[in-house]
Design a protein around this ligand. Structure first.
Ligand code: XIL
Length: 371
């Protein structure tokens, strides 16, 4: 059996090196402490590999984050690279760091249309019975192993399609309100319900979260996506399907209009259904035209973040995670799909590439103070 010991020791060789003597942590309370003083949990996505080899990175995580989510290590391709062969090594790296530093851990993601190992899409295409069996086996093994350390999982990630007119439409063909994916093709929308039910069965007290993006802005398509999410949650509840929380990824874009009311109304609607709302992957892409100078750029990012996070907290959101802490290690810099193409780099994280606190850090601190 795997369990906690399995997770912590599964041959990963990654111990909590963030605790090594001689490491310098930034002065003053981190965002995690500031948030906690207001009953809020702040955390970040982390990478096991960097926790293991980069003391500056590990120190920033130790100082700023109370809650960690593996950026890659709990995705299907990491956990079950070959059918029936589970590898908890990389996730164990994050788990042992979390344990040594007394941080909480959340899971991301049991079902997603990306980060699938090569064998998975063809297996799903073999038919519904096979798809159900594959899903059940993954959830069984993964939740069995992570149960002692992960009490909140993104059970399904990005299941909603992007409504027509959204800037993402061309990348994600739709089937009604649901995203076309190997899971949808194999099982229809029932795969969502099936995953949630299997997760509840395997780990009855686990918080089950539905995570998605493009739900924050003041645009017609964001509103359509919010309505689709509300309809999905209502349908699940009507079918007595377990679901506890909705994660707003909040990969924000500065050239997208924002107004507090639509987001606040959406969060309140979910909460009135008994659903908790988390910000799970906050980061910011700057606009096509950058203001002159880093100070002005950082101020624009900070002002936007304070509006969105302030709105979410006022509406009852109690958990905020950024998708990484520093601009240096972000997918916004490294992933060609989201990186800038003008030779500049997005400055969409609380710390800059040298791990110095930026205006966005202050914006988060102020949002927590005002909550
Ligand atoms: C991203 C990672 O940050 C990248 O390193 C990887 O190449 C692709 O995935 N929504 C999610 C996350 O739910 O899992 C994604 O993470 C970012 C978008």
């Amino acid at each position: 059996m795997l369990g906690l010991a399995g997770l912590g020791l599964a041959g990963c060789g990654t111990r909590a090196r963030g605790q090594q003597p001689g490491m310098v942590a930034p002065a003053g309370d981190g965002l995690g402490e500031l948030a906690r003083a207001r009953g809020i949990t702040f955390g970040s996505a982390v990478q096991a590999e960097l926790l293991g080899r980069d003391p500056l990175y590990a120190a920033a995580v130790t100082t700023e984050a109370q809650l960690l989510v593996p950026e890659w290590e709990a995705k299907w391709e990491a956990l079950q690279p070959r059918e029936g062969e589970f590898d908890f090594g990389p996730l164990g790296g994050v788990a042992s760091f979390a344990q040594a530093q007394r941080k909480q851990l959340r899971g991301h993601a049991l079902v997603w249309h990306k980060a699938m190992p090569d064998w998975l899409p063809p297996a799903l295409a073999e038919g519904p019975a096979r798809a159900r069996a594959v899903l059940a086996a993954h959830i069984d093994a993964v939740l069995g192993a992570t149960q002692p350390v992960i009490r909140d999982w993104d059970v399904v990630n990005e299941v909603l399609a992007n409504p027509p007119g959204s800037r993402f439409t061309e990348q994600t063909p739709a089937r009604g309100v649901f995203r076309d994916s190997p899971w949808l093709r194999a099982l229809g929308p029932e795969y969502i319900e099936l995953a949630l039910r299997l997760a509840r069965q395997r780990d009855p007290t686990l918080r089950l979260t539905i995570n998605d993006y493009g739900l924050e802005g003041d645009t017609p398509w964001a509103e359509q996506k919010r309505q689709a999410m509300l309809a999905l949650v209502r349908a699940l509840l009507a079918a007595r399907c377990p679901v506890d929380a909705v994660g707003l990824q909040a990969h924000l874009q500065l050239d997208e209009p924002f107004r507090p009311e639509p987001l606040a109304g959406f969060i309140q609607s979910l909460r009135s259904l008994g659903i908790a709302v988390l910000i799970t992957e906050l980061d910011v892409r700057e606009g096509a035209r950058l203001p002159p100078g880093l100070e002005a750029r950082d101020a624009a990012v900070a002002a936007y973040v304070q509006q969105v996070v302030g709105t979410a907290l006022a509406a009852g959101c109690r958990t905020v995670l950024t998708w990484g802490l520093s601009d240096r290690d972000s997918w916004l810099v490294q992933d060609p799909d989201v990186a800038r193409r003008d030779g500049q780099q997005h400055r969409g994280h609380p710390l800059d590439a040298e791990f110095r606190r930026k205006a966005m850090w202050q914006a988060l601190a102020l949002s927590f103070a005002g909550a």
